[in-house]
Design a protein around this ligand. Structure first.
Ligand SMILES: Nc1ncnc2c1ncn2[C@@H]1O[C@H](COP(=O)(O)OP(=O)(O)OP(=O)(O)O)[C@@H](O)[C@H]1O
Ligand SMILES: [Mg+2]
Length: 145
């Protein structure tokens, strides 16, 4: 298990941190749960990671709040960004096809609100836990198998 802690003081700081976190998430395939309250910066961190690994501009990476899943194709990984906040049952999760995504050899699946589903936690290769640390400060703990 690799574990690293980071602290950021701004949105830009979290975007930039994506670069350092990205290298911990290789090689694919991996499924990572992003754990943290509303507005802690889960989506912001994925923007930073997608800019490094997903062949995307951070500005083009938006929250999959309503679409539930966004896909970015980079040279090393196929990045799936999921937000399960609005999902309620394991049955809905099956319909979403999380299993099929995660099975691909080049998949990096990053799941916001994945901790709601025991099946997702059981399958995860790691997690990124984010906490408010006062004002714009955020604490990140990255744990990867
Ligand atoms: N250090 C920081 N890192 C990340 N975001 C920050 C930071 N400081 C302030 N912010 C602000 O906090 C918000 C984080 O939003 P973001 O959508 O990334 O959160 P989220 O964890 O994905 O929330 P949700 O659970 O609603 O999906 C943004 O408005 C951002 O500007
Ligand atoms: Mg989000």
């Amino acid at each position: 298990m690799k574990e690293k802690r980071f602290k950021t003081r701004s949105e830009a700081g979290t975007l930039a941190m994506g670069e350092r976190v990205a290298e911990m998430l290789l090689p694919a395939p991996k499924l990572i749960v992003l754990r943290g309250d509303l507005g802690t910066g889960k989506t912001t961190l994925v923007k930073g990671i997608a800019a490094v690994l997903g062949g995307a501009e951070a500005a083009d990476v938006t929250s999959p709040t309503f679409t539930l899943v966004h896909e970015y194709v980079g040279s090393k990984v196929r990045l799936y960004h999921l937000d399960l906040y609005r999902l309620e049952t394991e049955r809905e999760l099956l319909t979403l096809g999380l299993e099929e995504m995660a099975e691909q050899p080049d998949a990096l699946v990053m799941v916001e609100w994945g901790e709601k589903f025991p099946s997702v936690v059981a399958r995860a290769d790691g997690e990124i836990a984010i906490e408010h640390a006062g004002g714009d400060e955020r604490m990140f703990v990255v744990r990867v198998k």
